[in-house]
Design a protein. Structure first.
Length: 94
């Protein structure tokens, strides 16, 4: 019986600590009008993947938008727009 209570208590502690570690995530769509081809898309995706906190990334050169999902405690919209500019492309927020 002690073993059962101890095991149950340990599981509750582990479950409770995992809920406290969720990071705030934000999804933004940024206009990238100078993305003209697949090579530009590949270049920007490889450059942005190195940025901290990036969880998901989709560059659509046909619609000229970049969709980024990132952790807000490690990055922000201005840093992402700066990274896009550093890669050689224009970045305008939608």
């Amino acid at each position: 019986m002690k073993f059962f209570k101890l095991t149950l208590f340990a599981l509750l502690v582990i479950a409770g600590s995992s809920f406290g570690q969720t990071k705030p995530v934000e999804k933004v769509i940024i206009k990238t009008p100078t993305i003209l081809c697949e090579e530009c898309q590949i270049k920007l995706e490889s450059y942005l993947k190195r940025e901290p906190g990036i969880m998901a990334l989709k560059v659509d050169f046909k619609r000229k938008i970049t969709t980024v999902t990132f952790m807000t405690d490690r990055n922000n919209i201005e840093q992402l727009k700066t990274a896009i500019s550093n890669a050689g492309f224009d970045a305008d927020e939608i």
